[in-house]
Write a protein that binds this ligand. Structure first.
Ligand code: SAM
Ligand code: SF4
Ligand code: F3S
Length: 470
């Protein structure tokens, strides 16, 4: 697809700002003060989308609440990656039929990855009549126009066409106040891992122009954000679709040159495209954290092939060795799937042994969940859930032991952390993060929030470190 067809034209975007004004004007004429409840599920990419949706709602005159009962508009920004995520959304929609009964004027919207699945939008159309507006990630930039249509016609609106996907710059954003910010550097995925729904709902890879990303990071740094995460399903293929020879390490290097006291992180990386050059840039940078989330999914080559991951256990381990040789302080995390169709116990234990070999600081572990429409969903899957659960429990036991051991090694050391908020532990009331994104609960005054401080680590467990601000 040609680049010019990927970028949403400026006048189409400008038209959306006109719809925002119309909606704002409609509420002003009624002397109403509309309130919206936005509930986001899923990954950080969805969180970033949720912030843009809130930006558009704010421009339409809305303020925000977390209570769907008092909201004039409820929006569920959904995730389709596992069945459980979908069930939660349908559960919430059931509850919303009651709030709508009490407030028939309430507008209910469903967007995000589930909305882009034909199976789901059909089910909502037929069985969840309380829903007024359904739109997928491709239509996100048109939200003001779609919402206006709902208010004007009071008819149900569905914008779920299957598209290649676009890039829309300049959508307003409501960011979480504080120190952390998300920046999408690209959208979509081309990889079609056989278990995964994401490429079907998010379209093909599209990279934002480097200057747009750089400008956004500059603005965030000058607004005081100190922990900025670059987002993409596979940031290592950033730039492949640009008309210039410019790739993720080039972008990282340029971002790193922006002056200021801030950290840069990125998720996710695909091992098939992670290069030595990336690790060299990380090692030589000033702001890029020595933290790497490199999902390996399985430690068995047959399973990796069936998953269509396009690397091997050996090539993965080589990458890790190289990255650690360049950054001995590297904090490593990964994603793992247990119970892929046809996986045997022995193959699952290859995953456990890879975990033992690498010693990840933390792991995001999932039991395989069939996603209708994907290649793996059609594969025979004879192993009972209870058996998969046993393998999964073994993996967790091994990982928990590694995490608590690695965390215990911090005790007695001093780490530089960014204090990012309050913690739910009375004895250690502040939450902070190390460069490697380890959670450190600390004693100290609230005035430290937003600052980098040195902390003497005094305790640890599997999930966190504990300490005292120096
Ligand atoms: N693009 C990222 C990557 O490839 O590393 C990850 C995206 S996905 C949203 C996050 C994780 O969910 C994946 O790394 C995988 O471990 C898990 N996942 C994806 N599809 C799954 C499925 N059908 N069942 C279980 N876990 C799944
Ligand atoms: Fe899904 Fe694979 Fe794409 Fe990640 S790289 S989003 S796991 S298809
Ligand atoms: Fe879920 Fe979509 Fe993210 S499926 S994990 S919200 S890209």
């Amino acid at each position: 697809m040609e680049r010019k067809n990927v970028l949403v034209p400026e006048n189409d975007l400008a038209r959306q700002r006109v719809f925002e004004e119309k909606i704002r004007g409609m509420f002003e004429a009624r002397e109403a003060h509309p309130v919206a409840c936005v509930d986001t599920f899923g990954c950080q990419q969805n969180v970033a989308d949720g912030q843009r949706i809130m930006g558009m709602l704010e421009a339409c005159g809305f303020t925000f609440t977390e209570d769907s009962k008092e909201a004039d508009l409820v929006l569920l920004n959904t995730c389709a990656v596992r069945e459980h995520a979908e069930q939660r959304v349908f559960g919430n929609l059931g509850i919303l039929s009651h709030t709508k009964k009490e407030n028939p004027e309430q507008v209910i919207c469903v967007c995000g990855c589930m909305a882009q699945e034909e199976r789901v939008s059909k089910r909502i159309k037929e069985s969840y009549r309380q829903v007024d507006l359904v739109f997928g990630p491709h239509a996100l930039w048109k939200f003001p126009e779609l919402l206006w249509k709902v208010y004007e016609s009071r008819k149900r609106v569905f914008a779920v066409d299957d598209e290649h996907g676009t890039i829309a710059e300049g959508i307003p954003v409501v960011r979480e106040a504080g120190v952390k910010a998300w920046v999408s550097i690209m959208y979509g995925c081309n990889n079609f891992c056989s278990y995964c729904i994401v490429p079907y709902v998010r379209g093909r890879e599209r990279s934002r122009e480097p200057e747009c990303v750089l400008q956004e990071v500059r603005e965030l740094v000058s607004a005081g954000y100190k922990d900025i995460t670059l987002l993409g399903q596979n940031v290592n293929s950033y730039g492949n679709d640009l008309e210039i020879d410019y790739h993720f390490p080039d972008l990282l290097r340029e971002i790193d040159q922006i002056p200021g006291d801030y950290r840069i992180r990125f998720i996710s990386s695909h091992p098939k495209d992670a290069t030595h050059q990336l690790f060299d840039v990380m090692a030589g940078s000033q702001h890029v954290c020595h933290e790497l989330h490199l999902p390996f999914q399985s430690g068995n080559n047959r399973v990796l092939k069936e998953m269509n991951r396009r690397y091997t256990r050996e090539s993965y381990l080589d990458l890790i060795r190289y990255a650690k040789s360049k950054m001995p302080d590297l904090v490593l995390t990964s994603d793992v799937i247990i119970g892929f169709p046809g996986e045997t116990e022995e193959e699952a234990m290859d995953t456990v042994s890879l975990v033992q070999e690498v010693e990840f600081d933390a792991l995001f572990t999932f039991i395989y969940s069939p996603r209708p429409g994907t290649v793996a969903a059609a594969m025979p899957d004879p192993v009972p859930r209870a058996e998969k659960q046993k393998w999964f429990d073994k993996l967790l036991e091994v990982q928990n032991d590694i995490s608590s051991r690695l965390h215990a090694a911090y005790v007695g050391t001093t780490v530089r952390v960014l204090v990012d908020g309050e913690s739910d532990d009375e004895a250690f009331p502040l939450a902070s993060r190390t460069e490697g994104n380890r959670l450190v609960r600390i004693k100290g005054d609230k005035s430290l929030i937003g600052q980098f401080v040195d902390v003497k680590v005094t305790g640890s467990n599997t999930w966190a470190l504990y300490g005292q601000a120096q």
